[in-house]
Design a protein around this ligand. Structure first.
Ligand SMILES: C[S@@+](CC[C@H](N)C(=O)[O-])C[C@H]1O[C@@H](n2cnc3c(N)ncnc32)[C@H](O)[C@@H]1O
Length: 248
């Protein structure tokens, strides 16, 4: 199939993920944000069976969505093992019901297939350790076991493992996709799972956030998007090459 767009880093296909995924080369990881099947938007239909097709092209996958979506679709995720979950903390949220907590977060779940050890993974660090983080209880509870000290014990201001709750401002005001993800939440997931020069696939590319982050951080990306309006927006976005900010 002919790409809709191609440059040195990014290849974009306009079409259906279920048809195009099996034709792609093996990637280091999939990072994607599927249609959740939770709204009345005409594109918001979960393509039945897509996680099994995605498994043909990558051993690990970060998938955005809500707890409700993951529970509803857990049967479709059979064969993928859950490694960890990251919370995207937004600066504001959407209120679909006024009798519940205001929803200020989304989840990104990390799945893998096969064995964990050979997967590429580059733990991310932040330089914000404070004295508190080295305080250890003499009576540490048994379930801690022996985790090793070096990864989390650090001096003031030193590196420590990035936390699993990551704050990033939502894209209100500049989004071209209804559920656009900020680059600042996609970047650490990509840096964790895809080596520089490696290949990432986003089978539901939307406005092209995964593709833009790949290009800016020296990775290669293949995207698939069903709506041509979004494909056009991706091409424009990649041409602009706007800056990746920690809080965009
Ligand atoms: C949740 S949005 C992705 C938003 C994206 N993460 C961003 O930052 O812009 C999901 C996208 O999947 C696209 N889509 C829906 N069904 C598809 C399919 N079968 N194949 C490919 N793309 C599809 C929709 O058009 C929509 O743009």
């Amino acid at each position: 199939m002919r790409p809709y767009y191609q440059d040195d880093h990014v290849t974009l296909y306009h079409g259906d993920a279920l048809e195009i995924l099996p034709t792609l080369p093996i990637a280091d990881a999939i990072i994607t944000d599927p249609p959740y099947g939770e709204t009345s938007l005409d594109w918001d239909r979960w393509p039945e069976g897509w996680p099994a097709v995605a498994a043909l092209v990558a051993p690990q996958m970060w998938c955005f969505g809500s707890m409700r979506m993951f529970l509803d679709k857990r049967g479709d995720l059979d064969g993928w093992k859950l490694a960890q979950d990251v919370v995207w903390e937004k600066h504001n949220g959407s209120n679909s019901a006024n009798d519940r907590f205001r929803r200020l977060h989304e989840l990104a779940l990390h799945f893998y297939r096969g064995t964990w050890e050979p997967l590429f993974k580059a733990p991310q660090f932040t330089n914000d350790a404070v004295q508190k983080s080295v305080r250890r209880s003499k009576n540490r509870t048994a379930h801690w076991g022996d985790i090793g000290q070096s990864a989390y014990a650090s001096e003031d201001g030193g590196p420590r493992l990035m936390g699993s709750v990551i704050f990033a401002r939502s894209c209100h005001g500049y989004a071209v996709n209804e559920t656009q993800k900020p680059e600042a939440i996609v970047a650490p997931l990509m840096q964790y799972s895809v080596p520089e020069g490696g290949l990432v696939i986003d089978c539901f590319a939307g406005s092209g956030t995964t593709l833009a982050v790949a290009k800016k951080t020296g990775r290669r990306a293949i995207g698939i998007e069903k709506r041509e309006t979004q494909c056009r927006a991706i091409v424009e976005r990649l041409a602009q090459g706007d800056l990746l900010s920690a809080n965009d």
